[in-house]
Design a protein. Structure first.
Length: 239
C-alpha cells in the first residue's frame, strides 16, 4: 500500500519527488527539528547538545535522501545507507552512556533522544514529513516536561536504591538495624570495589518501604535526609 504524506500532498508533487527543492526542504526541516531538541538538551547541560543532535539529523536525512536518489528507477529499492546510519547512531548512543563510580548510568535519556532524532531525520529525508513532525511533537514535551512527573513517580515508589558511604565497615550492622527500625527492608546490598583503598566502606543498597505511614508521608529524599544524620555515614544519595 502506497503512503501519501498529508503535508507533502499540501505542498504539491514537487515535495514528493527526489528533486533539489525537495531534498533541500527535507534536510533543512530535519535540521530545524533537531535544533529545537538539541537546545532543550543543552539547557539541561547534557554532553550531547545542540551540535550533536543537529549533526545526527543532518546525516540521517542526507543518507535517506541519497538512498531515494539511488533507488530512482530501480525495480527493487535498497536502503543500505539509511540502515548504516541507524547502526552508526546506535553505536554513538552506546558510547554516550557513562557508568560513574557509584554504579549509576548517566546519559540514557540523551542516548534515546539521539536515536529518536536520527529516526526523525530518516522520516523527513524520505518525504514522510507528517510522521517526522508528529514524532518531534511527541518527543519534545517528553524530554522537557515529563522530568518532574517522573521524579514524582519515583518518590511514590516503594522501592529505591542508595549509594552509601560508611566511615568504617563495622558500622554496617548498625545501619541495617536502623533501616529495620524505620520500617524499611534491604533487598540487596553490594560492596563497591571502586573505593577500595580509600578508607571508606561504600555500598549500593536496594531498599523497600513496608511501613504504611512512611509510604504515605515520606519521600525518598526525606528518608535519605534522616539517614544522613547518622554520625557514621560519610555520604548517602539516591541512585
Amino acid at each position: 500500500m502506497n503512503y501519501t504524506d498529508p503535508i507533502a500532498a499540501l505542498l504539491g508533487p514537487w515535495s514528493q519527488e527526489p528533486g533539489f527543492a525537495a531534498i533541500l526542504l527535507r534536510v533543512l526541516l530535519s535540521c530545524v527539528l533537531a535544533t529545537v531538541i538539541g537546545c532543550e538538551r543543552s539547557t539541561k547541560r547534557h554532553s550531547a547538545g545542540l551540535r550533536t543532535f543537529l549533526l545526527v539529523a543532518l546525516a540521517a536525512s542526507a543518507a535517506m535522501a541519497l538512498d531515494e536518489q539511488l533507488n530512482a528507477g530501480r525495480p527493487t529499492p535498497s536502503y543500505l545507507l539509511s540502515a548504516a546510519m541507524i547502526i552508526a547512531v546506535g553505536i554513538l548512543c552506546v558510547n554516550s552512556l557513562v557508568f560513574n563510580a557509584r554504579n549509576k548510568i548517566k546519559g540514557l535519556t540523551t542516548a534515546a533522544a539521539l536515536l529518536g532524532c536520527g529516526v526523525i531525520g530518516l522520516c523527513v529525508g524520505a518525504g514522510a514529513y507528517t510522521i517526522g513532525i508528529v514524532a518531534f511533537v511527541v518527543m519534545l514535551p517528553s524530554l522537557a516536561w515529563l522530568t518532574s512527573f517522573e521524579t514524582y513517580l519515583k518518590n511514590r515508589s516503594n522501592h529505591f536504591e542508595i549509594h552509601l558511604e560508611l566511615k568504617n565497615a563495622s558500622f554496617l550492622q548498625d545501619f541495617v538495624a536502623v533501616i529495620r527500625q524505620l520500617g524499611l527492608s534491604i533487598d540487596d546490598i553490594e560492596s563497591n570495589p571502586a573505593y577500595v583503598g580509600s578508607g571508606l566502606s561504600v555500598y549500593s543498597v536496594a531498599l523497600s518501604i513496608h511501613n504504611s505511614q512512611l509510604q504515605k508521608y515520606k519521600t525518598h529524599a526525606e528518608i535519605i535526609e534522616a539517614l544522613n544524620s547518622l554520625e557514621y555515614i560519610s555520604y548517602i544519595e539516591e541512585m
